[in-house]
Design a protein around this ligand. Structure first.
Ligand SMILES: *Cc1c(COP(=O)(O)O)cnc(C)c1O
Length: 244
């Protein structure tokens, strides 16, 4: 139906609300379709909603549509949102780059951090994790496409970092995370994800408790699911494009 009414702010709100819940339903369908197409078990891929730069009103709509896992990149912004909701049902994942001065808030407020690429950061998170909370779940970030501009360790540094982290009682290594170079072709997108999966399987031989491959975004989630993603991190397809 064509909307010929005046676009009052009330209407604009209603349409955003509808868009986010419709978009969430569509992305869940995209994930299920990829699970079927690539012979993955149903519901083996978790949807992480990347809400960076988006207002709490947008997050609220996603919560009402059944979403409970959210990811943020910018710490100050994330802290405000977490404090605003104060909702123990929500699970917050930190996916931005981590400097030393950010570790305390991450250790206190988040359940997951996906971007660990230095033992120094892991040690600080371990020390600062409050005793009354379960261990902080972490993923080790790999610079899988070898880009100069990207954070993450080189693949040959992985075993050392994993071994060093595994002695820290207040953090728990769950798996690997990567953000490969952009590519529009499914088969080419699959190559770095396949490599991440290979590193993951190799690491599982000495760390059998690992269960998480955090890979795939709006543009490449099918390729990531084809290669074994267990968490996809989706922003744009749920909340629309971002204005920085
Ligand atoms: C922003 C971001 C995403 C989400 O990307 P979209 O293309 O918006 O789905 C996923 N992972 C990381 C690390 C990000 O910074």
């Amino acid at each position: 139906m064509k909307n010929t009414r005046k676009n009052t702010s009330k209407n604009a709100e209603i349409s955003t609300e509808k868009n986010i819940s419709v978009a969430l339903a569509q992305i869940r369908q995209r994930i299920s379709a990829a699970e079927r197409r690539f012979n993955r078990a149903p519901n083996s891929v978790q949807l992480l909603a990347v809400s960076k730069t988006k207002p709490v009103t947008a997050i609220q709509i996603a919560i009402e549509a059944g979403q409970c896992c959210f990811a943020e990149n910018y710490l100050q912004e994330a802290v405000k949102k977490i404090m605003y909701f104060k909702n123990p049902q929500l699970i917050w994942h930190f996916i931005g780059s981590i400097q030393s001065n950010k570790t305390r808030d991450i250790a206190q407020l988040f359940q997951w951090a996906h971007t660990i690429d230095r033992i120094k950061i892991a040690r600080r998170l371990n020390e600062q994790r409050p005793d009354h909370l379960p261990p902080l779940n972490i993923c080790l970030q790999i610079n899988i496409s070898g880009e100069n501009s990207k954070s993450g360790i080189a693949p040959d540094e992985l075993i050392q970092l994993a071994n060093d982290c595994s002695s820290l009682a207040n953090i728990k290594i769950r798996g690997l995370m990567a953000m490969p170079a952009q590519d529009s072709d499914l088969e080419r997108q699959r190559i770095p994800f396949r490599e991440l999966k290979r590193l993951f399987t190799e690491l599982q031989s000495t760390h059998p408790e690992l269960d998480t491959l955090s890979m795939g975004t709006t543009n490449d989630l099918e390729a990531a699911i084809a290669e074994g993603a267990t968490i996809v991190r989706i922003g744009t397809a749920i909340f629309g494009s971002r204005n920085y």
